[in-house]
Ligand binder design. Structure first.
Ligand code: PGA
Length: 245
C-alpha cells in the first residue's frame, strides 16, 4: 500500500510567536495512517528539530553544495545534522521568482539524497501551458530532468508533488479529474522508468487544497496526499485536510 502524506508548506509566513503556536498544536496531532510533514521557514527548524512529536519537519529550500562560500544558503548536510529528514525541491515559486532551473533541481535532489534526506520534488505546468494543451509534455520533462539519472533504489527517498501553477494560492484547484489524470500519467511514467519502485511512490497534489475540497481530491485513485500552502497556516484547517483521508 502506498504511503499517505499531508505536508504543510508555510512559505514565508508567521512570526515566531504565531509559528510556535501552530507548531505546538501540530506536533501533538496523531494520525496513524497519514505521515504529516511541516515545512516552516528554515529559521525555525533549529528550535524545533529535537522535538518533532508526531510530525516531521522539512526545509522549503536547500542548496546543492554541502558547504562553502554561498551566502544565504543552507546545505543538506546542515539539515541532516539537525535531524531534519525532508526537503522540498523545485517549488514553482522557487522556479519562477528565484529562477531555479531544472539543472539546479537535479543537483539539489542529488545533494539531498547524498545525505539520506527524503525529497519532495515539485512539478506543475503554468496556466498558458495548460491552455496550450502541452501540460503533459511539460510535466514529463520536469520529472525526467530531475529524476531520470537516479538509480531505482534512490526512489525510496523521492516523493512527487504535482502542483498546477494556476492553482497555487489562487483559490482555484485543478478538477479532481484533472489531478487524477496527471497523477496517473506521472505514476505510469516513473513506473516505466524505474519498475515496481515507481509504482509505490506517493504522488501528492498541491494548489488551493482546503478542507472543503480535500476529500474529493484525496479520493482519486492516484492521489496519495497533498502539499498544502495557505490552508496549512491554520491548525484546524490543516487538521481537517489530514482527516479527510
Ligand atoms: P496553496 O499552495 O495551497 O496556498 O495553493 C500550495 C503550494 O504552493 O505548495
Amino acid at each position: 500500500m502506498r504511503e499517505k502524506i499531508v505536508a504543510g508548506n508555510w512559505k514565508m509566513n508567521l512570526n515566531l510567536e504565531e509559528a510556535e503556536a501552530l507548531w505546538f498544536d501540530l506536533k501533538q496531532y496523531q494520525n496513524d495512517e497519514v505521515t504529516v510533514l511541516a515545512f516552516p521557514p528554515s529559521l525555525y527548524l533549529g528550535r524545533w528539530a529535537q522535538d518533532q512529536g508526531n510530525v516531521f519537519l522539512g526545509a522549503q529550500n536547500v542548496f546543492y553544495e554541502q558547504s562553502g562560500a554561498f551566502t544565504g544558503e543552507i546545505a543538506p548536510e546542515m539539515l541532516k545534522s539537525l535531524g531534519i529528514q525532508y526537503a522540498l525541491v523545485g517549488h514553482s515559486e522557487r522556479r519562477t521568482i528565484f529562477g531555479e532551473s531544472d539543472d539546479w533541481v537535479r543537483r539539489k535532489v542529488d545533494a539531498l539524497l547524498e545525505e539520506g534526506l527524503k525529497v519532495i520534488v515539485c512539478c506543475g505546468e503554468p496556466l498558458e501551458v495548460r491552455e496550450s494543451g502541452q501540460h503533459v509534455q511539460y510535466v514529463s520533462d520536469q520529472i525526467k530532468k530531475a529524476l531520470w539519472h537516479l538509480d531505482p533504489t534512490a526512489l525510496s527517498h523521492i516523493i512527487i508533488a504535482y502542483e498546477p501553477v494556476l492553482a497555487i494560492g489562487t483559490g482555484k484547484t485543478a478538477t479532481p479529474k484533472q489531478a487524477q489524470e496527471m497523477h496517473r500519467f506521472i505514476r505510469e511514467l516513473i513506473t516505466e522508468q524505474f519498475g515496481a519502485e515507481g509504482n509505490i511512490r506517493p504522488i501528492l497534489y498541491g494548489g488551493s487544497c482546503k478542507p472543503e475540497n480535500a476529500k474529493e481530491i484525496f479520493a482519486q485513485e492516484d492521489v496519495d496526499g497533498g502539499l498544502i500552502g495557505g490552508a496549512s497556516l491554520k491548525y484546524n484547517d490543516f487538521k481537517a485536510i489530514i482527516d479527510s483521508f
